[in-house]
Design a protein around this ligand. Structure first.
Ligand code: BGC
Length: 716
């Protein structure tokens, strides 16, 4: 954080200079006089009952030029909007996607798990609860009404260190899951900050990287995730990324920033922290708030003067101030004294760290867990038959949230760090679930302990030293994950020895990205991919092992054994992680997205690479069949039946196979929609997917979107 702050200071010190300081014109003097007076209490903008646009129109008439430019800068590291003259008091923003950082809070599973759940209703509930945790930290002085997430950069590389914060490798999955989260947050009048727009798909070099990305991958993948999300949730705020794309920083990418408006975005566009890279240029390119700056009257005056000279486009300033005010009205900042906002705050204070949130967090962990292996239907276990469970492995006693140093937990880092008020690791959670007297933990003699138990659980994976935001500025190592293996030099050998001692071995994985399971998967009976499951890893695992709950997740990205299985890892460092530049200019590294649209399963399908577990894969405890499938020109309807003996969750995905007339190469299949059904044995339900015209098109460079025929396919 210190490095980040120094970098931020360096950047803000570089604010472009205006020519203020000469004699003031009359209009300025008049406006300054007006600036001393408070607008009347009867001013229209103060009336909470009026439509927001009318309130903005009115408020704009009271603002001086200097106040307008002031409203385009943050007032501190995580605060903004200090203009008491018009009744605007600062609010606090807080990181991040998996829940509010820095304060004690309920530990929800990380967002990659939400994507695995495929359940937009559940994710809406999560978003709403996270907003309640955020607003519920309420103190009289500073209300917290912005949660800096969700993030929807794509898992272009399995090594990406922030993959756990994002929503996988597919733009439609990412966009829809993030939209559900945002709708939930906004229902509590907490603003999201959807991030990081755009092409911030790795941590390596992220602050100084210039990504060379073609129009098609942007339109069909990296920008598409944002398009889907914006159209489905109308987020109140979006965050630019640190990196550049095609020779300019994203905060200076006017065309792509304006594209957001075409998709329906009308809120605040904030730079990543210290990432405006020159505020005036950023404002002229559509950025509306420079983050992480302080109050600075001289700067405000200089920028107001630049505006009068036309060097800071007055239209941009006007649009930016309106956008920021719109977000502030939506968050209720001008209406703090109304009964509505007081009641909302009081309700959130009550729900903050509530039992209801804890239960939701546990449910979410189960719904997001993917069962990768279950040989011979080893699971679910029968309670009466299993008397003792041995728990072991490197992560048996580790906690993954950031306040608890006990057990030397590898802590959360950076934008995503959650400070949990409570976290049960695997051992504690399983003891709580199964009775401490029935659980054995003996790390000194783990194979002996395993041999004596009926079942052994080996807890392993990666941690937040690898799955994390890389803090600081410049060329920083280490950055992304170096390997797909479970962490620890002896971890695989330990796992194999334990599985040899007791073949009834279940592996529980904690991880942000795909894991190479090739070295040990043949030795074990079952494997759970649990991501970062939050409050109660062990309790949730116990419930799934014994079938009280069914693991409900499907993979949000492909699992394969080797980095080279991903196209971006096959073509040398130019394509990932990028090369250092001799002629530095403004960037110090450059990377070519030469893998084009062949990202994730699109790449595996296209090159015929066999994945270990494909995108969408995940086992359950029952079986399903579809019948009466009928395909129309733009829709597909079907009935899904639970043909097994247990209640279960079906996840049906709808893909399109496109047929462009001009022979343009397209992916074998592309996800266009998905739905979740929970059915009793023998029960069935009918459903139809109608993905809309956004699905039946492909991008042709130079010609734009072209409509095409396509066949819809179901996978479940
Ligand atoms: C991260 C953002 C985060 C911001 C504020 C940046 O370093 O990239 O994701 O929201 O810091 O903490």
């Amino acid at each position: 954080m210190v490095e980040l702050m120094l970098a931020v200071l360096a950047v803000t010190a570089g604010v472009e200079k205006g020519t203020w300081g000469q004699a003031k014109g009359d209009d300025v003097v008049m406006k300054e006089a007006a600036a001393d007076a408070k607008p009347p209490m009867t001013a229209k903008y103060r009336d909470a009952k009026l439509p927001i646009e009318e309130r903005i129109d009115d408020l704009m008439t009271f603002l001086t030029d200097e106040e307008k430019t002031r409203l385009m800068h943050a007032t501190g590291v995580k605060t903004a909007a200090d203009l008491p003259r018009v009744g605007l008091e600062p609010y606090r923003m807080i990181d991040g996607p998996g829940g509010p950082r820095d304060r004690n809070t309920v530990y929800f599973p990380e967002p990659i798990s939400w994507a695995a759940s495929r359940d937009t209703n559940l994710v809406y509930e999560i978003g709403r609860a996270l907003a309640e945790e955020t607003r519920g930290m309420y103190d009289e002085r500073l209300v917290t009404t912005m949660l800096l997430g969700p993030g929807i950069n794509l898992a272009r590389t399995p090594a990406g260190a922030r993959n756990f914060e994002y929503m996988g490798e597919d733009p439609v999955l990412s966009g829809k899951i993030a939209a559900a989260d945002i709708r939930g947050m906004q229902s509590r009048r907490v603003s999201p900050s959807l991030k990081h727009y755009f092409c911030n798909d790795q941590e390596a070099y992220r602050t100084v990287l210039d990504v060379i990305c073609g129009e098609r991958p942007f339109r069909e993948l990296y920008g598409r995730a944002f398009e889907v999300c914006v159209k489905e949730s109308h987020p109140w705020c979006i965050m630019n990324s640190y990196n550049g794309v095609n020779g300019r920083y994203t905060s200076h990418a006017a065309e792509e920033n304006d594209l957001l408006k075409e998709w329906g975005f009308d809120g605040m566009l904030v730079s990543d922290w210290g990432g405006a890279h020159g505020a005036v240029r950023a404002f002229n390119s559509g950025t509306t708030l420079e983050s992480c700056t302080g109050p600075n009257e001289k700067r405000d005056r200089e920028e107001a003067q630049l505006m009068r000279e036309g060097k800071l486009a007055p239209k941009r300033v006007d649009a930016a101030v309106r956008a920021n005010l719109r977000t502030y009205f939506r968050m209720g900042l001008f209406d703090r004294e109304t009964e509505e906002i007081k009641a909302l705050n009081a309700e959130c204070v009550k729900l903050y760290k509530s039992e209801a949130h804890r239960e939701l967090a546990k449910k979410a962990a189960v719904e997001g867990t993917v069962l990768l292996e279950n040989k011979g239907n080893f699971l679910p276990l029968e309670k009466g038959k299993v008397k003792t469970i041995a728990v072991t492995g490197p992560w048996a006693t580790v906690q993954f949230s950031c306040i608890k140093e006990k057990n030397k937990a590898p802590n959360h880092h950076g934008g995503e760090g959650v400070c949990a008020d409570e976290e049960f690791g695997f051992l504690d959670g399983i003891k709580k679930y199964f009775g401490a007297e029935n659980v054995v933990y003996d790390p000194e003699h783990e194979t002996d302990a395993a041999a004596k138990a009926d079942v052994v659980v080996f807890c392993t994976g990666t941690d937040h030293w690898e799955d994390r935001e890389v803090n600081g500025w410049g060329i920083i190592h280490p950055h992304d994950r170096a390997t797909l293996k479970i962490k620890g030099e002896d971890a695989e050998a330990r796992l194999k020895a334990v599985a040899k001692a007791n073949p009834n071995c279940i592996v529980a994985l904690i991880h942000g990205g795909p894991i190479d399971v090739s070295g040990w998967v043949d030795d074990v009976k079952a494997v759970f991919a649990m991501w970062y499951p939050g409050i109660d890893a062990g309790g949730c695992l116990g419930r799934m092992m014994f079938g009280d709950d069914e693991p409900g997740g499907r993979l949000p990205y492909t699992f394969a054994d080797r980095l080279e299985d991903w196209p971006c890892h096959r073509k040398g460092e130019k394509v990932y992680p990028g090369v250092l530049l001799e002629e530095k200019g403004i960037f110090e590294a450059r990377e070519w997205y030469d893998d084009g649209i062949w990202v994730g399963y699109r790449g595996f399908d296209h090159f015929g690479t066999k994945p270990r577990y494909p995108f969408g894969y995940g086992l359950g405890y029952t079986t399903f069949e579809t019948k009466n499938v009928e395909t129309g020109p733009d829709s597909i309807s079907f009935e899904i039946v639970n043909t097994g003996k247990r209640r279960g969750k079906a996840v049906v995905e709808c893909y399109i196979e496109k047929h462009p007339e001009d022979g343009t190469e397209v992916p074998v299949k592309e996800l266009v929609d998905f739905a979740v059904f929970r059915l009793e044995p023998g029960e069935s339900v009918k459903h139809a997917f109608t993905p809309g015209p956004g699905a039946f098109r492909y991008w042709k460079d130079g010609a734009g979107w072209k409509p095409c025929e396509g066949r819809l396919i179901l996978r479940y």
